[in-house]
Ligand binder design. Structure first.
Ligand SMILES: NC(=O)C1=CN([C@@H]2O[C@H](COP(=O)(O)OP(=O)(O)OC[C@H]3O[C@@H](n4cnc5c(N)ncnc54)[C@H](OP(=O)(O)O)[C@@H]3O)[C@@H](O)[C@H]2O)C=CC1
Ligand SMILES: [Mg+2]
Length: 341
């Protein structure tokens, strides 16, 4: 009788499985890989690998385009053999996703091996993430950013902050455990709000001293402990430019790997036009000012290279399309132009 029930249960389960979308099956599979060490170890033998060297991703250049190659486990072993290293290195990789066909993707940092040997063997170069993110295809940059953030997190969480004992990672790299204290550590992200303030007809952009010359961006800031997104937006706008937000709405979010794993939560905010006088916080900002629609449209067309003028000053330009600040600015332009139409 039990066997009949079991067979019926299996048939229903497999039917449910077939009914699930590709996306749902993929997410379920990834979750299984995170939870099941032996399944994940097995997956490493059939997976593909993104290589890093001291947190810089490996890129190949074909003509003017940059690609992020996915290497097979066999190719990784071939590189390791060159250094007379064993395939145990593969265990240091972290799971970062999988294809629709359930081919798992891992990231592996070979920072302890000679960079130039790998580069000449694989015909490419390890490129600083600050450059890599902006030259690769748009679909690859979020993957590189999350892979690098996870590798960086493992790098800096080797020890338990309570006992000082080494922590051990699971096979997928989704967590680390201190066996002495029983504490489980999960990869951390810092929530950061980014807000494009408008007074109805102008928008407010600012420069931090560390920004490249001529670049202006929306206001941003780390959320404080216990604060919600709305409170963080109100506080940051008050702190940085001395204005009181009247209303705000959420736009979208983005994982941002600088300085290390931020969750950027992007919002639009409105301040009253009658109370729009900026009082800038000079400790955080170098400049903050209002921009009209025309100036924003011109700035969006400008390349950083073409912003320098003959007298040495810089015309304003805005963050590139990979940054969520760019998206906020484009949304504001759309809003304004639809109001004018
Ligand atoms: N993707 C995008 O479009 C954009 C992304 N950003 C990102 O937003 C982030 C935050 O922006 P920013 O305006 O500088 O933030 P803040 O205005 O909060 O100022 C940064 C300062 O806050 C302190 N701080 C508080 N909490 C943290 C934390 N968890 N991690 C690091 N520093 C913290 C540090 O001060 P102290 O050093 O004195 O302790 C730091 O220098 C940056 O990492 C930046 O890369 C910013 C603009 C655009
Ligand atoms: Mg700030």
């Amino acid at each position: 009788m039990a066997a009949i029930y079991q067979a019926a249960y299996r048939r229903v389960s497999s039917l449910i499985c077939r009914l699930h979308s590709t996306y749902v099956r993929k997410m379920r599979y990834l979750n299984e890989l995170k939870e099941d060490d032996s399944l994940c170890r097995q997956a490493q033998t059939s997976g593909t690998f993104y290589l890093f060297h001291n947190l810089s991703p490996f890129l190949q250049k074909v003509g003017e385009k940059y690609f992020v190659p996915q290497l097979s486990a066999a190719e990784i072993k071939r590189i390791l053999e060159k250094f007379k290293e064993t395939e145990q290195w593969i265990e240091m990789s972290v799971l970062i996703g999988c294809s629709d066909e359930h081919v798992p993707r891992f990231a592996l940092d070979l920072g302890a091996l000679e960079k130039s040997v790998i580069e000449s063997e694989l015909k490419g170069s390890f490129t600083n993430l600050q450059k890599a993110l902006f030259v690769v295809d748009g679909k690859d940059s979020p993957l590189l950013a999350s892979a690098q953030s996870l590798l960086q997190w493992h790098n800096s969480h080797q020890y338990c902050s309570k006992t000082g004992q080494p922590t051990q990672r699971n096979v997928s790299g989704s967590k680390r455990v201190c066996h002495a204290s029983g504490i489980t550590y999960y990869p951390q992200m810092s929530p950061v709000i980014i807000t494009l303030v408008s007074d109805g007809s102008r928008c407010l952009l600012a420069r931090q001293p560390s920004f490249p010359q001529g670049m202006y961006s929306a206001l941003s800031g780390f959320c404080d402990m216990g604060e919600n997104v709305e409170e963080a937006v109100h506080r940051e706008v008050a702190e940085e430019v001395g204005l009181e937000v009247e209303s705000l709405w959420y736009s979208s979010s983005q994982h941002w790997p600088f300085p290390s794993s931020c969750l950027m939560i992007a919002c639009h905010a409105i301040v009253r036009a009658q109370q729009a006088e900026i009082s800038m916080n000079k400790l955080e900002l170098e400049e903050a000012r209002w921009f009209g629609l025309e100036e924003i449209v011109e700035g969006l067309k400008r390349e950083p290279r073409s912003s320098k003028q003959d007298d040495g000053s810089f015309l304003p330009w805005f963050p590139p399309k990979q940054a969520i600040a760019h998206q906020l600015i484009c949304e504001w332009v759309k809003q304004q132009t639809s109001q004018l139409a």
